[in-house]
Design a protein around this ligand. Structure first.
Ligand SMILES: [Zn+2]
Length: 134
């Protein structure tokens, strides 16, 4: 039985991070549908399951690899954004964060109460900030 499975899977893509994520989405849909019992959720379950199995059994390894790379690059972007937001939250007592209207870069300014002018080090635009207590 195990040999048959190994032979069947030869040349096929198998599992990757995207497979795990899609399986997670599938299980979440199944769990949600236990509560809501909706045919729309049921169809979504079938679509996700079908796509997950299709990817796993696919012999187009290059394409599956590219899909996974795209997925992982989005995961990395999300992680970087979360880390940045966490850092801003942690430093918000001592620093004031303001997005430059010129170049959209986030400036980190000392949190000193009152109205101040500052120059963006990236694009040179003068920005007026009004920092309130807390
Ligand atoms: Zn700027």
């Amino acid at each position: 039985m195990k040999d048959k499975l190994i032979r069947f899977m030869e040349g096929r893509y198998g599992m990757d991070q995207l497979f795990c994520a899609m399986s997670g989405v599938f299980l979440l849909l199944v769990f949600l549908n236990l509560t809501f019992q909706s045919w729309i959720l049921f169809i979504a379950e079938l679509l996700v399951l079908g796509e997950t199995l299709f990817r796993m059994l696919s012999k187009n390894l290059d394409r599956r690899r590219r899909e996974n790379e795209l997925f992982m690059s989005k995961v990395e972007k999300f992680k970087a954004l979360s880390a940045r937001n966490k850092m801003i939250k942690e430093q918000s007592e001592t620093f004031y964060f303001k997005k430059c209207p010129g170049c959209k870069k986030t400036l980190r300014l000392p949190r000193v109460e009152g109205k101040h002018n500052t120059v963006c080090p990236n694009c040179g635009k003068t920005i007026t900030v009004n920092i309130k207590k807390g």
